[in-house]
Ligand binder design. Structure first.
Ligand SMILES: Nc1ncnc2c1ncn2[C@@H]1O[C@H](COP(=O)(O)OP(=O)(O)O)[C@@H](O)[C@H]1O
Ligand SMILES: [Mg+2]
Length: 287
């Protein structure tokens, strides 16, 4: 069953001004319960604008966002409840940490939900653990933390609300490779443990190919493609035409296929490539 249904979503910035910009143009797609969705597209394609509609932060000029079958833009719909059910982690969320302690920052969302102090406490501890934030950091100021730690605190603040849908806008942006891997691992662990629906905006084709059940490709405010990673990445020519590129390892495998090697096309990670090459070698490595 679809937990979120986006239909004909259109949104324009600066309507009626010389800076008018149609950021979303008739975008439609569904998100199923428990699905891991990656939204990809080059800079300015509308990814952040799109995810800001999923929790009602932006209001579409036309079109519909349904959460569990109800249009969140309907008059009288409690948008506040949407913010708790669809948790949005902004890009560079660490800039929005503002409390005196890490504990208070993570507690901010659950407190707003009107939970008891005891329940808030339990959630803060649970969320900190899920994001590998050590207990001794909870009483520090967020400003004493490293960039990677701050990022994890900001994400913990959103998952502490236990949203049914966790939306993250480029959660790994600006981190070093180890920090990126760690954040992605923690997000996927969280998802595996809770069965939550996860929507992630990503620049990395490899991230999309590796983790997502569904890939949504935006181009210039329009939905360009939507499907499983295999469906989307098998259309390599079209993807490259809009200025996106396949993971480097996929390109390497595709060029080996062109050379006549018998390899599968759907290889997106170094690990998959190693397995496919070893399996080919064990068969004699024939072209
Ligand atoms: N606050 C804003 N005011 C005016 N234009 C904006 C604003 N935010 C984004 N845009 C424009 O809308 C388009 C889509 O932006 P955005 O959703 O941020 O794309 P992405 O996240 O894919 O980089 C871009 O052309 C961008 O310049
Ligand atoms: Mg963006």
């Amino acid at each position: 069953m679809s937990i979120i249904k986006v239909s004909d979503l259109t949104y324009c910035y600066g309507k009626g001004t010389p800076f008018e910009k149609v950021a979303l143009d008739n975008v439609s797609f569904n998100i199923e319960k428990g699905e891991f969705v990656a939204i990809i597209g080059h800079t300015g394609s509308g990814k952040s604008t799109l995810v800001s509609h999923l929790n009602g932060l932006l209001r579409a000029d036309s079109g519909v966002v349904e959460l569990d079958g109800e249009n969140i833009f309907n008059k009288g719909y409690d948008l506040r409840s949407v913010r708790f059910r669809v948790g949005l982690v902004f890009q560079y969320p660490e800039y929005q940490l503002f409390e005196e302690t890490v504990y208070k920052d993570i507690a901010f969302g659950p407190k707003n939900m009107g939970l008891s102090d005891e329940e808030v406490r339990e959630r803060v501890i649970w969320a900190a653990k899920a994001l590998e934030i050590k207990a001794e950091l909870l009483n520090k100021s967020p400003f004493e933390l490293s960039g990677g730690q701050k990022r994890r605190v900001a994400i913990a603040g959103v998952i502490a609300m236990r949203p049914e849908v966790l939306v993250l806008d480029e959660p790994a942006a600006g981190l070093d490779p180890a920090g990126r891997d760690r954040v992605m691992r923690l997000i996927t662990d969280y998802r595996d443990r809770t069965g939550s629906t996860v929507v992630i905006v990503s620049h990395s084709m490899e991230t999309a190919a590796r983790y997502a059940d569904k890939v949504v490709v935006l181009n210039n405010g329009k939905l360009f493609m939507c499907g499983s990673p295999d469906e989307v990445f098998s259309r390599a020519d079209e993807i490259e035409k809009i200025g996106l590129s396949l993971p480097p390892v996929t390109k390497l495998i595709h060029s080996l296929i062109k050379e006549g090697y018998d390899l599968p096309e759907n290889i997106y990670t170094a690990h998959q490539a190693a397995e496919a090459l070893l399996s080919l070698k064990s068969k004699g490595g024939e072209r």
